[in-house]
Design a protein around this ligand. Structure first.
Ligand SMILES: O=C(O)C(=O)C[C@]1(C(=O)O)C=C[C@@H](O)C=C1
Length: 128
């Protein structure tokens, strides 16, 4: 993946494969968002080789790289939705939808989740 932040590497095909990978790893019946925060991530319990600060940081670095890639994919998808809505004569923003998104993150992660959602929305549609 490019680190330029350009949108050229954030095309629909790039969106497809990771989405499939996520679907494969997801449980058959996804837990409600309200329970998600109580389910430890696999990284929290799975044996991961030697423990310690350095190996832990390697895992954090890998997780951060995944999160950044996911955020870049989200930005691209968000931009596509907004462009489609504008092309149909609508507005760039949908505040009711933003409220849904913020609620999802807040339920899952508490108050910091609200800030995460706000940052994700800003990345996707710019500052309002
Ligand atoms: O879901 C939409 O309708 C979008 O345009 C995506 C999105 C988002 O990034 O989640 C971005 C802008 C809108 O104001 C609401 C939500």
């Amino acid at each position: 993946m490019s680190s330029t932040g350009s949108t050229t590497d954030l095309t629909a095909p790039a969106e497809q494969a990771p989405a499939g990978a996520l679907a494969t790893a997801a449980p058959a019946v996804p837990a409600p968002a309200t329970e998600a925060a109580n389910v430890p991530a696999p990284e929290a319990s799975a044996p991961a080789g030697p423990t310690g600060v350095l190996s832990g940081r390697e895992r954090i670095d890998a997780l951060d790289a995944e999160l950044i890639a996911l955020i870049q994919r989200r930005v691209a998808v968000s931009g596509g939705i907004q462009a489609a809505r504008i092309a149909e004569g609508g507005r760039r923003l949908d505040l009711r939808r933003e409220t849904e998104v913020i609620g999802r993150y807040t339920r899952a992660l508490g108050r910091p989740g609200t800030a995460v959602a706000m940052a994700l929305l800003e990345l996707g549609r710019g500052r309002v």
